[in-house]
Design a protein around this ligand. Structure first.
Ligand SMILES: [Fe+2]
Length: 280
């Protein structure tokens, strides 16, 4: 089974998070992630090199959209063609970060996925250390339908799934390039944002970001630990809306051939080192 998307890679570029308190939430990302805040139409744009989060007024814990870039125009064109072949409706992109060539699709939970090209003259200069927006995770009540959409309709590949003792899928991860996952999807009692994650350079950077959070009195909520799927080191904090924010390093880079791993639905899958939380 092919578990790595090596043809036409795409990478997470930005996400829109909705909030009942957009200003407070953007202040969190300014302070905790070293981002500058500016206006982008009716949204607040928080950005630093390699990381960009838009925040808009809405129900907290909802993903407004997640936006991916292909490497060049031919990548976007072939993705558009694939959607046409599978009769998947493409709609105009809602992102003001991308140009008019971008498009959007909607998953079975009505999450919007946007696909475009890297913006020219990207992020502003910042003294803040590296932390690249790398993946996001959501919860869903209809995991099988979501698996079908992300793997068959979008053509992402799943290197790891999590199944319970009855054989029912409880979580899956999909990649859009050689990195283990750019999206994680967990079965739960409601559909919402689960977390989003920043890739840092190494274990020392994990320490430095944790020290930075400590100076801001932002408590670590989970970790440090090592995930089973992806094998990445991580810790998590909560933003001002209680969304989980992950710092991660050593995420597996998939080298074909890589067989699918089916992980047991157990705390150790989520944290090889110790404590974990199961979403359902
Ligand atoms: Fe994660």
């Amino acid at each position: 089974m092919v578990t790595t998307r090596t043809n036409n890679p795409a990478q997470l570029n930005h996400i829109l998070i909705l909030s009942e308190n957009p200003q407070t939430l953007s202040n969190f990302y300014r302070d905790a992630l070293g981002m500058t805040i500016s206006k982008s139409k009716d949204l607040l744009l928080c950005e630093a090199p390699q990381r960009r989060v838009l925040i808009g007024q809405g129900a907290s814990h909802e993903l407004g959209y997640a936006a991916f870039t292909f490497r060049d125009a031919s990548g976007l064109a072939s993705f558009r063609e694939m959607l046409r072949a599978t009769k998947t409706p493409a709609r105009p992109s809602p992102s003001s970060i991308f140009g008019s060539e971008a498009l959007a699709v909607m998953d079975p939970d009505n999450n919007v996925l946007v696909f475009g090209l890297p913006p020219s003259g990207d992020s502003p200069i910042s003294d803040s250390p590296d932390a690249r927006l790398q993946h996001f995770a959501i919860t869903t009540t209809q995991l099988e339908e979501m698996f079908e959409f992300y793997t068959h309709t979008l053509g992402f590949k799943s290197p790891d799934t999590v199944k319970d003792e009855q054989g029912a899928m409880r979580a899956f991860f999909v990649n859009s390039d050689e990195e283990h996952h750019s999206i994680g999807i967990f079965k739960a009692s409601e559909a919402r944002i689960d977390h989003h994650a920043y890739d840092v350079v190494d274990w020392n950077a994990i320490r430095d970001w944790a020290d930075h959070m400590a100076r801001l009195d932002i408590q670590m909520q989970w970790g440090p630990g090592r995930h089973g799927p992806g094998n990445n080191l991580f810790f998590m904090v909560h933003d001002s809306d209680d969304n989980k924010v992950e710092f991660s390093t050593e995420l597996e880079r998939l080298i074909p051939p890589r067989e699918t791993i089916v992980w047991p639905y157990a705390p150790k899958t989520l944290n090889l080192w110790g404590e974990a939380y199961l979403r359902s």
